[in-house]
Write a protein that binds this ligand. Structure first.
Ligand SMILES: *[C@@H]1O[C@H](CO)[C@@H](O)[C@H](O)[C@H]1NC(C)=O
Ligand SMILES: *[C@@H]1O[C@H](CO)[C@@H](O)[C@H](O)[C@H]1NC(C)=O
Ligand SMILES: *[C@@H]1O[C@H](CO)[C@@H](O)[C@H](O)[C@H]1NC(C)=O
Ligand SMILES: *[C@@H]1O[C@H](CO)[C@@H](O)[C@H](O)[C@H]1NC(C)=O
Ligand SMILES: *[C@@H]1O[C@H](CO)[C@@H](O)[C@H](O)[C@H]1NC(C)=O
Ligand SMILES: *[C@@H]1O[C@H](CO)[C@@H](O)[C@H](O)[C@H]1NC(C)=O
Ligand SMILES: *[C@@H]1O[C@H](CO)[C@@H](O)[C@H](O)[C@H]1NC(C)=O
Ligand SMILES: *[C@@H]1O[C@H](CO)[C@@H](O)[C@H](O)[C@H]1NC(C)=O
Ligand SMILES: *[C@@H]1O[C@H](CO)[C@@H](O)[C@H](O)[C@H]1NC(C)=O
Length: 581
């Protein structure tokens, strides 16, 4: 204990070294003690050197320096008395003869809080109350002092201040609830301040976000007593945001509603933001920011970032949203016109998630396909009329399918189909020329030996029927005795010209073909029935007449050629020819 007072001799050396002594006292301006403990107020005094007291006495007053106010006497050395409130609690511990006015007060209570004045009584009129006085404070708990700001990760000190001014009672300072603190250490020291002593216990540690809101306690006990005093602080640990929950990457389909949540822990609250492609979608000062997508479209596909920032730092986390959707209607070439022989490239592209299976189809045949692609190309190196038609581009994934169609129009020089021919009917000759062509052909018939040329413009002879790219032109000639040897059909358009010789069709097979097997039976029955009649009448006719055509004025006429097989039989009498069979 002695060492605590070692500043006093120094002080006195200084004072005694002073040239002239005068009325002066030294004591702490303020001194504190826990309720029910004791306090010793260190004190020393001086008086003018010309006074030579035979005995030195002293009185401590409470709250007033003036005796005439009858302040409570804390202790009076001359009579060893005190006001009843101090009775038995106070004693002079200093030797007044040594100018040591230190006083000890035991079992302090809050009503003893106040100003303490010392009055020296050197005998006679040499009584003096020093204006220097000590303010006594009675405390219930220690002061726990925390820094203005506790920042996560930076070393922090929290101190507990315990007044230690009683030689009989030594406080013991411990910390409570510090087990979870990182790197914690406790240092203790004594500090004197204007003659008053304090034990200062320093708790050093590295705070983390976990310590925010944590209550720490400083406990003061006095060994050998039941006395215990506790002071607490609740830490406000500042820390940068941490994203503690965010959705993991998600897959969804178009049209759904999606809600993301970003839960942020920080102190103070952070500015929390949802961003996509660096575009701010939503922000708030919150711990829990949701992002609602009411109706998800493919546009929502992408990476979403939750970012949070406060004065102590920033962080971010991202997650992906994959929007699955059926392929869009493919975009294909607008309908095309291609010239035979050209190379045609057909493009089909679409978009879907996942990438679709694409195929280009014509007449239910798959011409090209691609799996998990957005684009498909079909190249037709040498386009022919066969390639003309409607093409479909089909796109499909597990979320749906779509298609587009377009028409490829191929322009080509006329093709005279092999079915083109001449046939004889009862009254006339019909030559049919069937041409496939795009654009429409110009069709002409020619009978070279007659120097006869007629086009479809001449509706008297020629009748045309169109069906798509097929044109059937029929040249009708009245029967004449002589059949033309050669009938030519020529068809031409912008892209070319074809000349085709039309052959005469075998009429028997033609008839049978026309009426069919059932019809043939019916006809045969009829023929059998009328057969008898015919045989009789035939005798009246001459067989030679049969091969002559009936000639009309308007139609070009010619003589039938008897040499043409079967012709005679049909034309002379169609029924008789059947009879022969
Ligand atoms: C005054 O008295 C106290 C109590 O005995 C003692 O501890 C202290 O050292 C004294 N002061 C001086 C200056 O001698
Ligand atoms: C000590 O006391 C003096 C007055 O007596 C005062 O001015 C000074 O501020 C005090 N020092 C401290 C550290 O309290
Ligand atoms: C995101 O997480 C929240 C909370 O866990 C949940 O309610 C929500 O459905 C999740 N969103 C998606 C799209 O998974
Ligand atoms: C987010 O905040 C809302 C409302 O403030 C609350 O109902 C919800 O429980 C919070 N969710 C989380 C994960 O903190
Ligand atoms: C997200 O955090 C990274 C580092 O963690 C940083 O480089 C980036 O700039 C941040 N992004 C945003 C949008 O804050
Ligand atoms: C089809 O379209 C694509 C792009 O739209 C184009 O590059 C291509 O030339 C087109 N094909 C034809 C034959 O026009
Ligand atoms: C094209 O799509 C329509 C409408 O979905 C559908 O009715 C049609 O069958 C599809 N065509 C083909 C060739 O798949
Ligand atoms: C293709 O032609 C057909 C008829 O030949 C027509 O019905 C269809 O609409 C055409 N398609 C396009 C895409 O022009
Ligand atoms: C056919 O007629 C043309 C004129 O129409 C004429 O120039 C040509 O000489 C004629 N040929 C014959 C073989 O009659």
């Amino acid at each position: 204990m002695e060492w605590r007072w070692r500043t006093f001799p120094l002080l006195f050396i200084l004072i005694e070294g002073a040239l002239s002594r005068h009325w002066a006292a030294w004591m702490p301006t303020s001194i504190s003690a826990f309720k029910d403990t004791c306090v010793a107020i260190p004190c020393s005094f001086n008086y003018p050197e010309d006074i030579r007291p035979s005995a030195i006495h002293g009185i401590w007053y409470f709250n007033s320096p003036y005796p005439k106010n009858f302040p409570p006497v804390v202790f009076k050395s001359k009579t060893n008395t005190a006001h009843e409130i101090y009775m038995g609690r106070t004693k002079m511990i200093g030797d007044l003869q040594e100018s040591n006015c230190s006083i000890q007060i035991d079992r302090v209570s809050s009503e003893l809080q106040g100003k303490y004045y010392f009055r020296a009584d050197l005998g006679g009129y040499n009584q003096y109350t020093y204006s220097e006085h000590a303010n006594l404070y009675i405390l219930d708990e220690p002061f726990v002092v925390q820094p203005q700001e506790i920042i996560s990760g930076s070393e922090t000190e929290i101190t507990c201040l315990v007044d230690d001014n009683c030689p009989d009672m030594k406080p013991r300072v411990t910390w409570m609830d510090i087990e979870g603190l990182e790197h914690h250490m406790v240092y203790a020291r004594l500090e004197e301040n204007n003659l008053s002593w304090k034990q200062i216990s320093t708790l050093k540690f590295l705070p983390t976000h976990k310590n925010n809101g944590q209550r720490l306690g400083c406990r003061v006990t006095y060994p050998g007593t039941e006395l215990q005093y506790k002071g607490f602080v609740t830490m406000d640990v500042k820390y940068a945001p941490r994203i503690i929950d965010i959705n993991s990457s998600t897959e969804t389909t178009e049209g759904t509603q999606v809600v993301f949540i970003c839960v942020v822990d920080s102190n103070p609250p952070s500015r929390v933001m949802w961003l996509k492609d660096d575009i701010l979608l939503k922000e708030d000062y919150t711990s829990n920011l949701t992002l609602e997508l009411e109706y998800v479209t493919y546009n929502h596909d992408g990476l979403y970032l939750c970012a949070a920032e406060n004065d102590y730092g920033r962080t971010n986390k991202s997650m992906g949203l994959a929007v699955m959707y059926a392929p869009w209607k493919p975009s294909v070439n607008a309908s095309l016109v291609a010239v035979e022989g050209e190379t045609v490239t057909i493009f089909c592209n679409t978009q879907g998630n996942p990438d679709p299976i694409l195929s280009i189809i014509k007449d239910k045949q798959i011409l090209n396909s691609a799996v998990f692609e957005n684009e498909l190309v079909l190249e037709i190196p040498l386009v022919t009329h066969e390639h003309d038609g409607e093409y479909w581009c089909l796109a499909e994934n597990q979320y749906g399918h779509s298609n587009s169609s377009f028409n490829l129009t191929v322009v080509f020089s006329p093709i005279v189909l092999s079915e083109s021919k001449c046939t004889l009917t009862k009254d006339n000759v019909q030559c049919m020329c069937t041409v496939k062509s795009n654009p429409d052909p110009y069709i002409m018939f020619e009978i070279p030996e007659k120097n006869f040329t007629v086009s479809e413009l001449n509706t008297e002879f020629v009748h045309s029927q169109r069906n798509g790219y097929m044109v059937s032109s029929i040249l009708t000639l009245q029967k004449e005795s002589e059949l033309p040897k050669v009938v030519l059909c020529s068809a031409s358009n912008l892209y070319g010209k074809k000349v085709h010789e039309l052959l005469f069709q075998d009429s028997d097979s033609l008839l049978w073909a026309k009426i069919g097997p059932v019809g043939a039976v019916v006809v045969f029955v009829i023929l059998v029935a009328v057969g008898g009649y015919m045989i009789k009448t035939r005798e009246k006719k001459t067989m030679t007449e049969s091969s002559s055509f009936i000639q009309t004025e308007t139609s070009p006429s010619y003589s039938g050629d008897a040499s043409k097989k079967h012709l005679g039989k049909i034309e002379s009498g169609e029924i008789s020819s059947l009879e022969v069979k």
